[in-house]
Design a protein around this ligand. Structure first.
Ligand code: J2J
Length: 529
């Protein structure tokens, strides 16, 4: 089974409440095109595409994929930069009922090979040269890792053919796979349906006040859940606004686009917000059209939140979301205190929140605990991961987010920490175990533990502690970093620091658990200052 279904009684309730509308992504695009036909949907450099264009091109690409042998239900790993091609390819696949698997541009052969293998993808869509890297060089390794991959397509290729009528995909079926930040050795794939995802998109558009007057700058990678759906590019299309694709997130690229296109809203991770603030202080561009700056993916400090209004002339909105589902927003009319000091409240009245202790017992109101959640757009299980699902979800279907939070009397969540073995490097998530496994592949490495170190700019950076095998000539810390780089991983996963130590902490009874070991090493680092 490709998705873990919601219990039928709940599914009925979500339908009756109008949350799940029984509309496919293909039908949604058709509806947007019929409502907003000639309006500009997407701007990419000098290219401007109307809603009508997007709809027509989606049909041409859907048929193009079909004539090349892609069938409904087939998984296709897509690695797409922030260009208008994203819409042709993704809506083409969705209209056909094929299942995009959303890789990020930073991913390399290790991740892409795994996504293809685990999803049994039949095809992969890659950029040519992007940000100075030729993605076509990854093809042999990906094919070797995943023999199911029969086709490779290049972003920018015109895959469209005259459209043939296609049956409408089932809105309750697996529509695409998002990526989990992950806390285990291998990233998890997140199965989303049109029913659940479009609900979160429509509500997000409403909460963020989107309309036909909205101009959204797409700065973070377009396929990331934040940029895609909170309210992201899909929310903008739902509202009839305009998406402006921003190829790079630096102010030198983004600010001229804001000025030229009169951008009204955009979404950033906290370290980028800081860079933008500094750049905006020097002036030079007219950013006066900007009304809302969303910040999420990692914790925004109250200090930085307070600087955003005066410096950028935009209202700040905190967004605490996850590709598994639950998204929280501060509301645009919230008092400053909530906007600056909390990470918002859930989208839906049907989002269920539990804050529990280590034994799954609810904590007293206002106390910190583990955040558990379920609801109309939160998954009930990862894709083909039975063993992991047994621990990542409670027996009654709550997702264990791994986040530590407390709830204010107003019902807003404050993220206070994390219980999962993950490093949140300025919004980019790194699973400790994934990097440890790569280090362990080095013949001289005896053991490895990867932990987060506090960082004033990124929030967190990675530090890998390594013990070496006795009797072999040891590599240096820098050689180990190069070794990780040679494993074909996203660059942000290469440990910022590698520390070779003689031994790891042990207890009287022997080795401590990985989680405790990481905690002990974090404490050790904190002590050093
Ligand atoms: C603290 N931690 C946060 C925040 C996410 C909207 C926005 C973000 C994501 C996202 C998303 C945080 N403060 N404001 O999917 O739709 C950490 C938490 C969370 C994890 C999820 C969206 N916002 N986080 O970041 O799947 O630890 O989604 O569980 O990449 O990021 O990561 P991801």
């Amino acid at each position: 089974m490709n998705i873990t279904p919601w219990p039928s009684e709940l599914a009925e309730r979500y339908r009756a409440a109008g949350y799940w509308r029984g509309q496919s992504f293909s039908a949604a695009l058709r509806e947007w095109a019929s409502r907003h036909g000639p309006r500009t949907a997407v701007v990419d450099g000098n290219l401007r595409r109307s809603y009508q264009d997007l709809d027509v091109r989606a049909s041409r690409f859907a048929s193009g994929f079909a004539v090349r042998g892609i069938r409904p239900g087939d998984r296709v790993v897509v690695q797409l930069p922030n260009t208008a091609d994203f819409f042709d390819i993704v809506f083409g696949l969705l209209r056909l009922g094929a299942v995009p698997v959303f890789a990020l541009p930073a991913h390399r052969e290790s991740e892409l090979g795994y996504f293809c293998r685990h999803s049994e993808a039949v095809a992969i869509v890659l950029p040519g040269t992007h940000d100075g890297f030729d993605h076509r060089t990854l093809i042999p390794a990906v094919r070797a890792a995943a023999p199911t991959v029969r086709h490779t397509f290049q972003v920018g290729e015109d895959l469209g053919v005259p459209p043939e009528p296609l049956p409408d995909p089932d809105p309750g079926a697996l529509a695409f796979l998002q990526l989990s930040g992950g806390s285990t050795g291998l990233p998890k794939l997140i199965p989303r349906t049109a029913d659940d995802y479009l609900y979160s998109v429509r509500e997000s558009a409403e909460i963020c006040g989107l309309s036909t007057a909205t101009v959204y700058l797409c700065v973070l990678p377009v396929a990331h859940n934040f940029t895609l759906s909170s309210p992201g590019v899909l929310g903008v299309l739902h509202a009839g606004g305009t998406v402006v694709m921003c190829p790079r997130p630096n102010p030198d690229t983004a600010f001229p686009l804001i000025e030229r296109e009169r951008v009204t809203i955009t979404a950033l991770v906290p370290p980028l917000a800081l860079i933008w603030l500094t750049a905006a202080e020097t002036g030079g561009y007219d950013l006066s059209s900007l009304q809302v700056l969303q910040v999420g993916g990692a914790k925004l400090t109250a200090d930085v939140a307070r600087r955003i209004g005066p410096t950028l002339g935009a209202a700040v909105q905190q967004v605490f979301g996850m590709a598994e589902g639950l998204v929280n927003y501060t509301r645009l009319d919230d008092p400053a205190e909530l906007v600056e000091q909390t990470q918002g409240r859930p989208i839906s009245p049907a989002d269920e929140i539990l804050i529990v202790d280590d034994e799954d017992v609810p904590v007293t109101p206002g106390a910190t605990g583990h955040l558990l959640t379920r609801g109309p757009y939160t998954i009930r299980g990862y894709f083909r991961a039975d063993e992991h699902n047994a621990v990542a979800f409670t027996s009654d279907g709550f997702y264990r987010t791994g986040d530590l939070v407390r709830q204010t009397p107003e019902g807003y969540l404050v993220v206070t920490g994390r219980a999962k073995d993950q490093i949140n490097r300025g919004g980019e998530k790194i699973a400790a175990e994934e990097i440890e496994n790569h280090l362990l592949a080095h013949p001289a490495v005896h053991d490895a533990a990867v932990v987060a170190v506090a960082d004033p700019y990124l929030g967190e950076r990675t530090c890998a502690f390594v013990t070496l095998r006795a009797g072999v000539e040891g590599p240096t810390a820098n050689q180990l970093r190069s070794f990780i780089r040679s494993r074909g991983l996203a660059a942000y996963k290469v440990p910022d620091r590698v520390r070779i130590v003689p031994a790891f902490p042990v207890t009287g009874v022997g080795k401590i658990s990985r989680t405790d070991l990481r905690a002990a090493l974090r404490a050790h680092l904190a002590q050093e200052g």
